[in-house]
Design a protein around this ligand. Structure first.
Ligand code: SF4
Length: 184
């Protein structure tokens, strides 16, 4: 949390939000981190064909302390889960997570006790990327979507208001087990 979080709502906060959002989205460094076959596709975005350097993101950080994006590329085994969380905890905030591929997002075809059935059991996920494996273009698209999210990230009083609105919407939502009756 920085000084911008203390600003009262108003035109000054909106200006700081715009500025901070632009700078944050333009200065993301991913952590060097790959778990399974999806990681090969992740590595491909560094090649000239896909050119992640166009976003200034070609520097995959060897230490989590200099990274603010975790791309979970591949299935997460139960044994690896605490290490994934440790890497996440060592990253400075604000930080973001892309769950790359069906295995990271839901366990995929590995519906068994050895694989975590969704990395969101361990870390908060900002973008879920479908596919087995997702192509490098899809990862670039997920990064662009994440940039859009970061650019419109509320701060300070606006952040509190957004969290309150999301909580109220969640409380007012129809529970999944009652939806079937509504749709029938
Ligand atoms: S989604 Fe497919 S490519 Fe990615 S880790 Fe799972 S099996 Fe491998």
């Amino acid at each position: 949390m920085g000084l911008e979080e203390k600003l009262p709502s108003g035109i000054l906060l909106t200006t700081v939000e715009l500025l901070a959002g632009y700078m944050r989205k333009a200065s993301i460094w991913p952590a060097t981190f790959g778990l399974a076959c999806c990681a090969i596709e992740m590595m491909a975005v560094g090649t000239p064909d896909y050119d992640i350097a166009r976003f200034g993101m070609e520097r995959f950080s060897a230490t989590p302390r200099q990274a603010d994006l975790m791309i979970v590329a591949g299935r997460v085994s139960q044994k690896m889960a605490p290490i994934v969380r440790q890497v996440y905890d060592q990253m400075p905030g604000p930080k973001w997570v892309i769950s790359m591929g069906v295995c990271a997002s839901s366990g995929g075809m590995f519906n068994n006790y050895a694989i975590v059935q969704g990395v969101d059991h361990i870390v908060p996920v900002d973008i879920y990327l479908p596919g087995c494996p997702p192509r490098p273009e899809m990862l670039l698209n997920a990064i662009i979507k994440l940039h859009e999210q970061i650019e419109s990230m509320p701060l300070g009083a606006n952040k509190v208001a957004a969290a309150r609105a999301a909580e109220e919407a969640a409380l007012a939502a129809v529970p999944t087990h009652q939806m079937k009756g509504l749709l029938a």
